[in-house]
Ligand binder design. Structure first.
Ligand code: G4P
Length: 527
């Protein structure tokens, strides 16, 4: 195998999907602890900071600031090199989450085992389905009283339409949580509470019939385990690598992130089974990681990474070839070559300069406003990676300046923030309004605060009569022209000058769609 192929085959790039509070942050800490990236877990997120306060901008900023520094983490585990991409926890930033999911090769689904499948997990699983991303599952919080494990598996299978293959099986839960039995290794790994901040020395009992097991976990629990396993082996699926890789089956692990128990079993599974960097589709052809020539796409842009550097960073997933410091890349949308000498990598929360990076890795490019989400970089070839979506916003406000002389700055700020994916902006073609569209209400606060701190403009919102937006396309230029004239009161241009229909009501949208059958109305737009 060539050196390049070896580097590629080592990479595992994944993200965590879960409902808020299921334990994503805690698992991230423990994963990093195993990656030796943090000596002592407990520093990823400011705790007890009212993380879910809806409109407290300061808290938001704090959380954002902290989550940003850990938004990509790379660490070695077993013989693999793992990239963990963080996704914003708050659902108002779900667009960012969706796009991050286009940059990974597998996902870890974390479920609060006391609660089972929750809303947001359902939605995120739908997104992973678009690309058949392989999914691993971690049933968390076994140190609490959880629901019946068999029932949890049933729920995942029925609600998320994915087969479950338990790899470990829990022994008791809550105060009685004793550990897990590993079905593939035929051994029981015993849990000790109170060691969540360290990598534990674990006690292992070989074999299910080993009498030591009865002594250590109690006769009753050992008997129950044997009984349950008989049932599990009869009723549930066995792990099958192909079904896992096609997203049809998920290996399931049980444990407690807080107690740092079971996370390593999941990581073993991830490094052994999850795919190395996968091929990526472009508008011209498929790009394979082993190709010599460099390519990558930008899936996220973030401002103020570090209060000391007030720059914006474009996060790029490398799809093929190799990044080396100082190399020239072709910025396909602009048709321009750029020399990149100061890309950033993200080792355990610290920014450091990358000398080289391979497919599956994420690098950060300093961005002074020329890079947009969805941009492709190559070594000359003019293709564009596809599948990086924008979602039609569901909330709208008119934005107005306190000082009307600063209209230009306002527009510039809004267009830049929309390129970043922080918000969407619409300019009606019939008047001079500026309408801001968001997927979640918190985005509105963030935009006003950032306009003030980064663009020095003070803006306020007013209600606006818009219920929904659709991107408009029509193959027939004449029909489009007619539509433009007749529906102009409801037409606007978005931040990238794409024609959009902004509907005052859903009824209006439906009627318009009926009236103009040749016009296509899209709920998502690809960058
Ligand atoms: P999130 O990022 O998915 O939103 O979840 P996070 O890790 O922040 O965890 C949410 C809460 O659940 C936290 O409690 C965390 O300590 C707790 N938690 C995570 N894993 C486990 C587990 O295995 N067992 C138990 N019992 N709790 C767990 P919190 O009260 O919100 O925060 P804190 O003040 O306790 O830190």
């Amino acid at each position: 195998m060539s050196q390049h192929a070896q580097e590629v085959s080592k990479r595992r790039t994944f993200a965590i999907i879960s409902h808020p509070d299921a334990g994503k942050t805690t698992i991230t800490e423990k994963v990093l602890l195993f990656g030796q990236a943090l000596q002592k877990a407990g520093t990823v997120k400011g705790r007890g900071s009212g993380q879910h306060a809806k409109s407290d901008w300061m808290e938001m900023e704090k959380e954002r600031g902290i989550s940003v520094t850990t938004s990509v983490m790379q660490f070695p585990y077993n013989s693999a090199l793992v990239n963990l991409l963080d996704t914003p926890g708050h659902e108002d930033f779900s667009e960012d989450t969706y796009r991050t999911l286009t940059a990974v090769d597998s996902c870890l689904m974390v479920i609060d085992a006391a609660k089972g499948v929750e809303d947001r997990t359902r939605k995120l699983m739908e997104v992973t389905r678009l690309r058949d991303t392989p999914i691993l599952t971690f049933m968390n919080k076994l140190d609490r009283d959880i629901r019946d494990p068999m029932e949890l598996l049933d729920e995942v299978e029925n609600e998320l339409n994915i087969m479950c293959a338990p790899i470990t099986w829990p022994i008791g839960c809550g105060k009685e949580f004793k550990g897990v039995y590993h079905l593939h290794r035929d051994e029981t790994i015993l849990y000790q509470s109170g060691h969540g901040h360290t990598i534990q020395e674990v006690r292992i009992v070989k074999g299910l019939d080993n009498p030591e097991l009865d002594q250590l976990v109690s006769d009753e629990l050992a008997a129950q385990l044997r009984e349950e396993l008989e049932l599990v082996r009869g009723a549930s699926n066995e792990f099958d690598l192909e079904l896992f890789l096609s997203g049809e089956l998920t290996p399931v692990f049980f444990g407690t992130a807080l107690g740092n128990f079971g996370v390593d079993h999941m990581l073993d599974g991830l490094t052994e089974w999850a795919p190395a960097p996968q091929p990526r589709q472009t508008d011209a052809r498929q790009v394979v990681a082993d190709e010599e020539k460099f390519s990558g796409f930008v899936f996220k842009i973030q401002a103020n990474m570090d209060p000391k550097h007030r720059d914006r960073i474009a996060f790029m997933r490398i799809c093929s070839g190799k990044y080396t410091k100082g190399m020239k890349m072709h910025h396909v949308r602009l048709g321009k070559d750029v020399a990149i000498s100061d890309a950033v990598t993200f080792m355990a929360g610290d920014r450091s300069h990358a000398d080289e990076a391979y497919p599956g890795d994420i690098i950060g490019l300093h961005n002074h406003g020329t890079i947009q989400i969805g941009d492709t970089f190559s070594q000359g070839e003019k293709f564009k990676f596809t599948g990086i979506p924008n979602f039609a916003p569901e909330m709208f406000r008119r934005i107005r300046l306190k000082d009307p002389l600063k209209q230009k700055q306002l527009l510039k700020g809004l267009v830049q923030l929309s390129e970043e994916g922080a918000v969407q902006v619409f300019r009606p073609i019939d008047n001079n309004d500026l309408i801001v569209g968001a997927v979640g209400v918190l985005q509105f606060d963030v935009v006003v605060a950032r306009l003030k701190s980064e663009y020095k403009v003070e803006a306020i919102y007013e209600p606006v009569n818009v219920a929904t937006a659709r991107w408009v396309e029509c193959g027939d230029a004449k029909k489009l022209d007619e539509f433009r004239r007749k529906a102009s009161t409801n037409l606007a241009l978005d931040g990238g000058d794409n024609l959009t229909y902004i509907a005052p009501t859903m009824v209006n949208l439906n009627l318009t769609q009926e009236r103009y059958p040749e016009v296509e109305f899209h709920k998502t737009r690809e960058h």
